[in-house]
Write a protein that binds this ligand. Structure first.
Ligand code: ADP
Ligand code: LRH
Length: 478
């Protein structure tokens, strides 16, 4: 094992980054190379991702990485799940939709009419989310777009294709499509046939840690000459985040807290019971064949959309100040169901939260600090419910909670989570996703070795966590 440098491209629904990771000789060290904003664009036909802009940002970020580290060995890409581009003869057909687009509303009904939700869960093990890829493909099918396509590529696979010319389907992210057999880990062609999705559009599956090859000439023009190869990682961002949980014992629950909050446990085998389906638990594919048994909680999206509302009216908002003010609220605040699907679409979040209370004849939070506290408390309670359900449904033992991602910087959220779960919360690292991305490609390239526990031991040593103990609950702390 020689040690060396790799680049992680991590695209979140609100921002993307390119990070250099130095790995080897027992060390793990990350430095930021580029950060860029990401937001969907609404056009006449719906909500889309600006993927060309993302690709340009990625190429510019990689160019900076190669300048900084000419000996760069490898590049790995992860992003949010489920979204894809339709392709024909190597060309992208139209601009990919963003998962919050509402075109899947009729598609959900159409899919369930062919394959009832219970049956679907037995096959794919996924929490029902209206944007799971199979519903989006149904919307494309009825729009006549699917018949034009010869393949579909999830977004990290699309970027990997543009960089190398090789088109594959990385397995962790493929598990979020709803078209991967939960037991087999392979495309479920029988299910696809029932949904009239042509077999030919599925690319070959590869595991995280597969070398795709060097950069295509078109990519070298932007990145510059490099010997680095593109290596698949847990290309579903949550899969990469779970790799980098700084766990030194197996009895943990995790919360990957960013735009979404993904709350659950790691298992060796899926849980496919009816109770699990009804509780909204997903069995996503993890790196090294682990199962990410988790529930999608609406996440800090609730807060960032409120901030967007306030900023739209010309105010400039400091997140740190908002959190400090919410922390100083001494009276009890009301909580709402952070899981309610009414919060999925963008825009008008303050009004929608107030509307949630009004629809139930309840008083909404009376001031902005109270609203922010209410959001964080509602999230903490949703986390606690999900962790309790994960334990009960899977039989997993949980003695503490790891909270990673951007949300781990929110000290109030971390404390409220400890209080609501009654468990110690270990917060950090903030960049767990990029770290997991770095570790998996570094292992594939022979810079490090070992199972997930060995990789996590490196994270434990390199990224100290902040510990929050549960406080005894009182009205004033609610
Ligand atoms: P994603 O990968 O989904 O884009 P991140 O893991 O980057 O999400 O987390 C983004 C979230 O982290 C933001 O919505 C914000 O609420 C939170 N966050 C970012 N910076 C801070 C900070 N300094 N203090 C508290 N919260 C923060
Ligand atoms: C988090 C995430 C999550 C998916 C959602 C679409 O970024 O990948 O795991 O459910 O985005």
């Amino acid at each position: 094992l020689s040690g060396g440098a790799v680049a992680a491209v991590d695209l979140g629904a609100t921002s993307g980054r390119v990070v250099l990771g130095y790995v080897g000789h027992g060390e793990l060290h990350l430095t930021d190379v580029a950060r860029f904003a990401n937001a969907p664009v609404r056009t006449l036909d719906g909500l889309h991702w600006s993927v060309l802009e993302l690709y340009r940002d990625v190429v510019e970020g990689l160019a900076a990485a190669v300048r900084q580290e000419p000996q760069l060995t490898s590049i790995g890409i992860d992003s949010w799940a489920v979204d894809y581009a339709l392709m024909r003869d190597g060309r992208m057909l139209g601009t990919p939709y963003a998962y919050r687009d509402e075109r899947t509303v009729p598609a959900v009904e159409a899919v369930h009419a062919r394959v009832p939700a219970e049956e679907l869960y037995a096959m794919n093990g996924l929490q029902h989310l209206p944007f799971n890829t199979l519903f989006q493909l149904e919307a494309d099918r009825t729009a006549g777009m699917l018949e034009l396509a010869d393949s579909f590529l999830l977004l990290p696979d699309l970027l990997g294709y543009w960089l190398t010319g090789r088109s594959v389907a990385e397995r962790t992210n493929a598990s979020t499509t709803g078209l991967l057999g939960v037991e087999s880990g392979d495309w479920d062609f029988a299910l696809a046939e029932r949904l009239d999705i042509p077999r030919g559009i599925f690319r070959s599956l590869v595991d995280a840690g597969t070398e795709l090859g060097g950069l295509a000439a078109s990519a070298v023009r932007g990145v510059g000459p490099t010997r680095a190869v593109v290596t698949t990682v847990g290309s579903h961002d949550t899969a990469s985040a779970v790799v980098a949980i700084p766990a030194s014992a197996p009895d943990f629950a995790y919360i990957s807290s960013g735009t979404w909050s993904l709350v659950g446990v790691e298992l060796e085998r899926p849980v496919l019971s009816e109770a699990s389906r009804l509780a909204g638990f997903t069995n996503e594919g993890g790196v090294d064949g682990r199962v990410r048994y988790l529930h999608n909680v609406m996440g800090l999206w609730l807060l960032s959309e409120c901030v967007r509302d306030w900023e739209r009216s010309g105010e400039s908002i400091s997140l740190a100040e908002l959190i400090a003010q919410a922390g100083a609220v001494a009276t009890a605040v009301p909580v709402f169901d952070a899981d309610d699907e009414i919060f999925l679409a963008p825009g008008g979040m303050v009004e929608r939260i107030e509307g949630w209370f009004a629809a139930r004849g309840l008083a909404a939070p009376a001031s902005r600090p109270e609203l922010v506290r209410s959001i964080l408390l509602s999230l903490a309670e949703a986390y606690a419910r999900s962790i309790a359900a994960a334990r009960e449904l899977s039989g997993a033992t949980v003695s503490h909670v790891h909270l990673v991602g951007g949300g781990s910087q929110n000290t109030l959220l971390c404390q409220l989570t400890a209080d609501a779960t009654g468990l110690p919360v270990l917060a950090g690292p903030v960049e767990a996703t990029a770290i997991g991305n770095v570790l998996v490609q570094a292992r594939a390239q022979g810079l490090i070795s070992g199972d997930l526990e060995a990789l996590r031991a490196l994270v434990v040593a390199a990224f100290p966590v902040v510990r929050y103990e549960p406080r005894v609950r009182s009205t004033a702390s609610a």
